[in-house]
Design a protein. Structure first.
Length: 317
């Protein structure tokens, strides 16, 4: 007998969580059981400090279905913390992570299970091959991020990759060994390695409600990812400093020789001020990059918990 753990982070998902549950149960009873009747499931719903009736609905589902488990945080800790909490509290032989908005179609789960059972894979992950319904400017920056990240990091991210994936117990245990506070799951999934199969599908819009991810939120998340898996920004700051120092030194020699040999007075206060402003901006940029890394290190040294559970129906062993 095998256990399938489904981990679903929930933040203000009162409009979609029931639809998600119904869709999952439909797929489970019509496809997964048909493939292997000995596969049982546990649905781990993580309430990430929702401000609506999400927690109430999670409790109702848990009351109706003993296979539904819920974890409710003391406040909003973010999706990364919710994913970690779900993985940490999962007991399955197969573990899947997916969103509650039905943009991660549950009907792919049977294909994922079959791939892990019959093929030599440890992970079956998904990626979108289209971004229909997404604002063009957001799609542009998303593709740019993937290209930039893959150029400056040794960890490779697949363009369009979703967090939606099915993993073996061995993979999840490896992920849980990476207990850093500042988490970037897409990078962590890639960093741990293992054989991965990719399933492609066209973009699916949310079943209901609106995404909690703003453009600024995604931008900060992208910065988190870059800082977590590469130190190239520090190298860029160093190289800029060296190049500007060399150019400044050569220009100083030019000014001195020009004045001695030709008696030319140095003119152009406007250009001088512009150069000073440019150099000041580069210095602030370099200090900012260094500050970001220093700040991440500072937070990690505090060893604060990744999340705090306020209530749950999961019994501790």
């Amino acid at each position: 007998m095998s256990l399938l753990s489904i981990i679903v982070p929930c933040y203000n998902e009162e409009e979609s969580i029931i639809a998600f549950y119904d869709e999952f149960i439909s797929v489970y009873t019509s496809s997964i059981i048909d493939y292997n009747s000995e596969i049982k499931y546990e649905l781990i719903l993580v309430n990430d400090g929702s401000k609506d009736n999400t927690l109430k609905l999670l409790k109702e589902l848990a009351f109706k279905d003993e296979n539904v488990k819920y974890i409710s945080f003391s406040r909003n800790f973010g999706k990364e913390s919710a994913l970690y909490a779900g993985l940490k509290n999962s007991s399955g032989d197969y573990i899947a992570v997916m969103d509650a908005d039905l943009q991660d179609p549950p009907n792919l789960l049977p294909k994922m299970i079959i791939a892990l059972d019959r093929e030599d894979y440890d992970i079956v992950a998904t990626r979108r091959v289209s971004r229909e319904g997404e604002p063009p400017i957001r799609s542009f920056f998303a593709r740019t991020f993937y290209k930039l990240f893959n150029r400056i990091s040794k960890v490779e991210l697949v363009d369009g990759a979703r967090d939606y994936r099915l993993m073996t117990r061995q993979v999840v245990d490896a992920i849980l060994d990476l207990s850093e506070y500042n988490r970037f799951s897409k990078g962590i999934f890639s960093w741990v390695g293992f054989n991965t199969k990719w399933l492609e599908y066209a973009n699916i819009e949310r079943a209901s409600g609106e995404t909690s991810w703003s453009f600024w939120g995604l931008f900060k998340y992208a910065i988190e990812g870059v800082m977590a898996f590469t130190t190239v920004p520090l190298v860029i700051s160093t190289v800029l400093g060296i190049l500007i120092s060399i150019i400044s030194f050569l220009y100083l020699i030019y000014i001195v020789l020009s004045t001695i040999l030709f008696g030319n007075d140095v003119q152009g206060w406007a250009s001088t001020v512009s150069i000073m402003i440019l150099l000041g901006g580069i210095q602030l940029f370099s200090i900012g990059v260094l500050g970001q890394y220093l700040g991440k290190t500072y937070i990690e040294t505090k060893h604060r918990p990744i999340y705090i559970t306020k209530e749950t129906n999961i019994e501790k062993e």
